[in-house]
Design a protein around this ligand. Structure first.
Ligand code: KG4
Ligand code: ZN
Length: 333
């Protein structure tokens, strides 16, 4: 079954063509217009999506050597995200579904991230514990079966990706800060500063990242600009260690509590090199297997939306053409 996926929930315009688990094309255009503002400006994002949506879909179709008559279903993100940005993808997808007379499915962006774990892997299957870590979300989800989720815990304040981005800003690093900190931390000492590990002792799968961000801010107030420059990689490494240790500990606890043998990780922060190694090392101690999406499928992309769409359309959970955008959409059936 060939599915066209479309993702426009934030600052990436992306289109992908999928045939089963095989990704035939996945085109992602990141909007550079936000760089000068240090964060995403919603109105500029919508305008850039309007300009990009047609050429990006055309490119995805061309790369997949597919024409529209061969497309058997269309999947599009309908939340959570920026309402104006979401509407661009939704309206384009609806128009196309109407013209092609093909089924169409609205996809929860988080569900899309969860499905990035299946891309290119025909032998990966539920049930599993999924750690979702992105710029907007930090949650532990029990994926009982396809399209069947139970959220076991989530952040009570900032998302972990948001903490990476905010700390990077404090350190005068460019946006998005996650990859910058990841790179600098490679040469740093993780024990240089002792930052807090929030909610580690609490019997809950919730997270909290605002305290860690404040701890970095308070630490930076106490040191000189020269000291910061000298120890930039040590500070990055210490922050990253604190942020990642909690993710790994809680995910493994969740897998053991719910007797899951498989762990999956997804979302932009799943690209983090420490998270990738530490999760595998710790899980191995309990004989748990760990699945990470390929790096290119960690950050926002349309291939993951198409993969979730394939499952929804296959199981008859398509959407009707009155589908709206839901900026605060929750994960559920
Ligand atoms: O999933 P994503 O592309 O967008 C959202 O749905 O939010 O995630 C973006 C987030 C940003 O906060 C970015 O800093 C973070 O993922 N990120 C990373 C890394 N690569 C991206 N965080 C830590 N280490 C990385 N290597
Ligand atoms: Zn995302």
């Amino acid at each position: 079954m060939k599915i066209l996926g479309i993702e426009t929930s934030c600052d990436e315009t992306s289109a992908a063509v999928l045939s089963g688990d095989e990704v035939l094309s996945n085109v992602i255009s990141s909007q550079a217009v936000h760089l000068q503002f240090g964060g995403v400006v919603p109105e500029l994002a919508s305008r850039a999506h309007v300009r990009k949506i047609v050429p990006i879909v055309d490119e995805a179709m061309k790369n997949a050597e597919t024409n529209f008559s061969q497309i058997e279903g269309i999947a599009v993100t309908y939340g959570p995200g920026l309402v104006g940005a979401l509407l661009v993808g939704i309206n384009y997808a609806k128009g196309l579904a109407m013209v092609l007379k093909k089924p169409f499915a609205g996809i929860n962006h988080i569900e899309g991230h969860i499905y990035s774990n299946f891309l290119g892997k025909s032998n990966f299957a539920p049930p599993f514990i999924c750690l979702v870590v992105s710029g907007g979300h930090t949650m532990i989800v029990l994926v009982e079966d396809h399209l069947k989720y139970r959220v076991m815990g989530k952040t009570r304040d900032d998302a972990v990706g948001e903490a990476f981005d905010k700390v990077a800003k404090l350190l005068n690093l460019p946006y998005p800060g996650g990859p910058e900190i990841d790179n600098l931390a490679k040469n740093g000492n993780v024990t240089f500063v002792k930052f807090p590990r929030a909610l580690m002792k609490e019997k809950s799968f919730d997270f909290s990242y605002s305290g860690l961000k404040t701890a970095v801010l308070n630490y930076l107030k106490k040191i000189t600009g020269h000291e910061l420059k000298e120890n930039l990689s040590n500070i990055c490494a210490s922050f990253q260690q604190a942020a990642v240790e909690v993710l790994v500990y809680k995910t493994i606890e969740a897998a053991r509590t719910y007797q899951m043998r498989q762990i999956a990780v997804c979302g932009g922060v799943a690209a983090n090199s420490l998270l990738r190694t530490l999760m595998k090392d710790e899980a191995a101690k309990f004989n748990l297997s760990v699945n990470f999406p390929a790096l290119k499928y960690c950050t926002d992309n349309a291939a993951m939306i198409a993969r979730a769409g394939l499952e929804r359309i296959k199981q008859g959970y398509g959407s009707t053409l009155d589908l709206n955008a839901y900026p605060s959409l929750q994960l559920g059936r």
